[in-house]
Design a protein around this ligand. Structure first.
Ligand SMILES: [Zn+2]
Length: 279
């Protein structure tokens, strides 16, 4: 779908062009709970214009926009799964908001964006670039801009997505790309899986102090009914086993030397089989 009308006022940005990012504090970030354990992310500028990421439902987004007095100006999608896109068409229609997605025939969008491409939005005033992160799905992208990373079902706090369409080598490469972003990047994941992920990670690294602190914070947030997200990328590097396949403790926990892709595949297999006491 072309939807040039919906794109009025928006300009594409050639790949590689850099912008000096506005301070994160110019934006307000909202995690909107949806479905069983999804988060739909809203990012609003100072003028009250917002973008939404991965609206798996329209109704909770509409309610949040109304509650916060925001106008929706753009819809960003990370991958084709229905719990991330099912509300997009209704929101696009209601707000005349353009939809940006990965290049994938399974998704209806006004513009499909490839790896490294930038989008510049007029409303909210913001710019993001797409990072190809295949693994959970073949065409999954993450959106990065203004210090925020919207990573869908690729990187979770203290975990990562299941491999539905990709190989362990692809997913590890995707996580490596995300892990190389600045440490103060706010990691905005698609699901509230943190406590179950922490329980699994503690079986591998029971003495990891950063993991203990992350667990404590997530427990405190959840006990108050608050999201455990976003997390900081630096803390993910310190306590997320899937970002730590080169760490001595993870290598030791896996019990025998392997190449890093083999270690990643083994971690993913262990997690797939793990039944969390917290879940
Ligand atoms: Zn998914």
């Amino acid at each position: 779908m072309d939807g040039t009308g919906a794109n009025a006022g928006l300009t594409s940005v050639p790949g590689g062009r850099r912008y000096s990012p506005a301070a994160m504090t110019d934006f307000r970030l909202f995690a909107v709970p949806a479905l069983a354990d999804n988060y739909i992310w809203l990012l609003a500028d100072a003028a009250g214009a917002a973008l939404v990421v991965d609206p798996g439902e329209a109704a909770p987004v509409q309610a949040a926009l109304e509650r916060e007095g925001l106008r929706l100006g753009a819809i960003l999608l990370t991958h084709h799964h229905s719990d991330h896109i099912a509300g997009a068409a209704e929101l696009a229609r209601h707000w005349q908001a353009p939809v940006y997605s990965p290049v994938d025939k399974r998704i209806h969008a006004d513009r499909q964006v490839g790896d490294g491409e930038w989008i510049e939005l007029a409303s909210p005033r913001a710019h993001f670039h797409a990072i190809a992160v295949p693994g959970h799905t073949r065409t999954h992208i993450a959106w990065h801009g203004h210090g925020f990373l919207f990573c869908g079902d690729t990187l979770f706090s203290v975990g990562c997505g299941r491999l539905f369409e990709g190989t362990p080598a692809q997913m590890l490469d995707s996580l490596d790309r995300l892990a190389s972003l600045p440490g103060d990047t706010r990691v905005c994941c698609g699901h509230e899986y943190t406590l179950a992920n922490c329980a699994f990670a503690r079986t591998l690294e029971p003495d990891n102090a950063a993991l203990a602190e992350r667990t404590r914070r997530a427990e405190s947030a959840r006990a108050q009914g608050l999201p455990s997200l976003p997390s900081m990328l630096a803390e993910e590097r310190a306590c997320n086993p899937f970002l730590r396949v080169d760490s001595d403790r993870i290598v030791a926990a896996l019990g025998h030397p392997r190449d890093r892709v083999g270690r990643f595949a083994e971690l993913r297999r262990l997690k797939d089989d793990y039944r969390s006491p917290a879940a």
